[in-house]
Ligand binder design. Structure first.
Ligand code: MRU
Length: 349
């Protein structure tokens, strides 16, 4: 495994070296630390679909490299079209995926033919840009939440979910680095346990005091006044400020609103989709019901319910903009996000 990032000490979820995308296999964490060696768009698409690579900004960066990997083997328009299609189909909800694929495809074809070198340069530029965005949004978020001492967070939004330090967890890490933070409550994030497996893994490495809770404890603990704010990431932000994020986010927003504490969404502007008018237009990924009747566990999945149990498994939900206190991006903070404020933020791009 590559050592932690020298500048930040955070885990390195992805690296592109020797014409290979090396990805920390997030399906195996926290029990096994191993890297996948990915050499084609199909392999990257499969890793994204299985959540070996996950988190909206990280899947965007990986998909960008996926296009470049394919063009290094076969720099033709047909290969570009196949690679872009496979990567875009791998997961539907995160805006970053299509955004990154389109950027790399446009760079590859900018001079007429199809250039693998230009594709790789653009993929690297996206990676570097998202890393810089993570640092900037961490600082903006920590400035905004300077008085916050105890936070709740959902899913995994750290260095495993985005280049650099992540999104919401980057703000948490920055608050801790500034000596402000006392405690984090992390939700399990059923069914795939990104909170229990990945956020706890990161918080331990960062040395930040935390407790894990089951998802169903969150509303009661918010109502009881155990946290000062709820911080989450985002997979797609509509032009009106509605947000798609890990299933369970909407319930946390309702609970935070009822308790009168800030509900803060954190993400880079690559997650904002200006062409998506509202949350009603966002495609919510429905995943395999088998994920609901089992849980990831050391040594292999644990079965939780009888074989053949009928299940619904939406991976995300929509939080209406009206429930969001602030959207923190690398370009700054939008309080009470809505259509005009988001357009102004993107206009400043
Ligand atoms: O299904 P996942 O694990 O990819 O879902 C991830 C989330 O919902 C995150 O909150 C989101 O991608 C933003 S974090 C950088």
């Amino acid at each position: 495994l590559s050592p932690p990032d020298a500048a930040t000490g955070t885990v390195v979820a992805l690296r592109f070296e020797q014409e290979t995308l090396w990805a920390l296999d997030q399906t195996a964490l926290p029990w096994i630390e191993r890297e996948l060696e990915l050499r084609s768009a199909a392999e990257v698409a499969d890793a994204i679909a299985r959540l070996a690579i996950r988190g909206a900004p990280l899947i965007g960066v990986a998909a960008g490299y996926g296009v470049a990997l394919q063009l290094l083997r076969d720099p033709t328009p047909a290969a570009l079209e196949r690679a872009a299609g496979a990567l875009k189909r791998s997961r539907p909800t995160a805006a970053n995926l299509g955004w990154a694929v389109d950027r790399v495809a446009a760079a590859a074809t900018a001079e007429g033919g199809v250039s693998a070198e230009a594709a790789l340069a653009e993929a690297r530029a996206i990676d570097a840009g998202e890393r810089a965005a993570s640092d900037a949004l961490a600082a903006h978020g920590a400035d905004l939440l300077a008085d916050v001492r105890r936070v709740m967070t959902h899913c995994n939004t750290g260095a495993l979910a985005a280049p650099g330090r992540g999104t919401a967890l980057a703000v948490v890490a920055e608050l801790a680095a500034r000596g402000r933070l006392e405690h984090v409550l992390a939700t399990e994030s059923r069914p795939l346990l990104q909170g229990a497996r990945l956020t706890v893994y990161e918080l331990r490495r960062l040395g930040i005091a935390h407790e894990l809770i089951v998802d169903s404890a969150a509303a009661g603990l918010i109502a009881a006044g155990t946290v000062d704010a709820v911080l989450v990431g985002c997979d797609r932000v509509a032009a009106n400020g509605d947000v798609a994020n890990k299933v369970g986010t909407y319930g946390l927003a309702l609970a935070a609103g009822a308790a009168g504490i800030p509900f803060v969404v954190v993400g880079p502007t690559s997650t904002i989709d200006p062409l998506c008018l509202s949350g009603a237009e966002i495609v919510i990924e429905e995943r395999d019901p088998a994920e609901v009747v089992s849980a990831p566990a050391a040594g292999g999945p644990a079965q939780l319910a009888p074989d053949g149990t009928a299940c619904r498994n939406p991976a995300f939900d929509i939080t209406p903009a009206a429930l969001i206190s602030a959207l923190v991006t690398e370009r700054g903070v939008v309080t009470n996000p809505g259509r005009d404020a988001i357009a102004a933020l993107l206009g400043a791009r």
